[in-house]
Ligand binder design. Structure first.
Ligand code: FDA
Length: 308
């Protein structure tokens, strides 16, 4: 593993840094690269801009590991208001939530109770509700929530992480259940017993999992969520050779990352969706974005120098 990446991932879960770093203006200026703003309305405006380029959106309200039931209830209420706005503005947008933001650390049953109305509301709008995948200890409880929701609703998707050693087995079960899947490389700091660390091995597993999903041909949607455009080209070539068109899957990226490629992919006939994160609890999420490309730290340093 890259030591800079490891240090940034360590910092992402450090409580002292979480309380102190966000107060600095240069950090806030750097966050702006990945986030259109902290308010729901900022995210909606960003989605309207993307729509002009033919790009759909996924919204996520930032936060994780809530410690109070009332906070988790308020998050669920927030998401219901977000669905109202999606409907009102007629946006091609869906929602992705973190189970620990909805109280998974406190009580899985309560988390399910909060997720169900969100799934119901998404279904009424003809949209999907996705569950993010968090660090390894949350995989089993997240899968359990997902399966339970999928029994009742078709429009539920789940993120799966190519770096986890268990994922090929999980995918086989999910395919049999007709799941919709967002495939990512994986963003957390995991031990080598749990996760593969070599970037080249993660890339090749990502490609293999994507192809397995396509070959299965089950009922669910497949989203390839990566900025690795080389990997996307490799998957496209292999998929085309096997007779799959560019509409067999969707490509997803994050707001502010590889923006020119997002537009190029639309022009080339792919369905592209961008995840827009917003909210004021951005610190751990932002640090994971820094870890994905440690060169981003130079961007932060430039912001620091520019402000002196
Ligand atoms: P990789 O890290 O190899 O990056 C490829 C290239 O893209 C880099 O060389 C760089 O040019 C550019 N790039 C990538 N990240 C960048 C960054 N932060 N800043 C600037 N440039 C960057 N993970 C998870 O564990 N659970 C989840 O639920 C999700 N959800 C999710 C949704 C969506 C829509 C996306 C796109 C990603 C996630 N992820 C995630 C994050 C994912 O696991 C992974 O950490 C990142 O996508 C980075 O890996 P890439 O596949 O993009 O490749």
């Amino acid at each position: 593993m890259n030591p800079a990446r490891d240090a940034l991932l360590w910092a992402s879960s450090n409580r002292w840094l979480r309380e102190h770093l966000p107060r600095h203006r240069f950090v806030r200026a750097t966050v702006a690269r990945f986030m259109p703003g902290e308010r729901m309305e900022d995210a909606i405006e960003a989605a309207r801009g993307l729509a002009l380029d033919g790009i759909a959106a996924t919204f996520t309200y930032l936060g994780e590991n809530v410690e109070e039931r009332a906070d988790a209830d308020a998050i669920a209420e927030h998401y219901l208001r977000l669905f109202d706005l999606i409907e009102e503005r007629g946006l091609d947008a869906e929602v992705s939530v973190k189970p620990t933001h909805l109280g998974l650390d406190l009580d899985p049953e309560d988390t399910y109770r909060r997720l169900r109305p969100l799934a119901q509301r998404a279904a009424a709008l003809g949209r999907h509700l996705f569950l993010d995948m968090e660090s390894a200890p949350y995989v089993d409880p997240t899968l359990a929530l997902y399966r339970r929701l999928l029994e009742e609703f078709e429009n539920i998707g789940l993120c799966i992480q190519a770096y986890l050693r268990r994922t090929p087995r999980d995918l086989a079960d999910l395919l049999a259940a007709g799941a919709s899947v967002r495939l990512v490389k994986g963003a957390y700091r995991e031990s080598k017993d749990v996760a593969i660390r070599e970037r080249s091995a993660i890339r090749s597993i990502f490609g293999r999992l994507a192809f397995e999903f396509l070959r299965w041909g089950g009922g669910g949607r497949l989203a390839l969520a990566t900025h690795d455009v080389g990997l996307l080209s490799e998957i496209e070539r292999r998929a085309a050779a096997a007779g799959f068109g560019r509409d067999a899957y969707e490509i997803q990226m994050l707001y502010g990352i590889r923006v020119a490629d997002q537009r190029r992919l639309v022009r080339e006939g792919y369905r592209v969706r961008v995840l827009i994160a917003y909210g004021d609890h951005w610190y751990p999420w932002f640090m994971r974005r820094m870890a994905e490309r440690p060169a981003n730290v130079w961007f932060a340093v430039r912001n620091l120098v520019a402000r002196r």
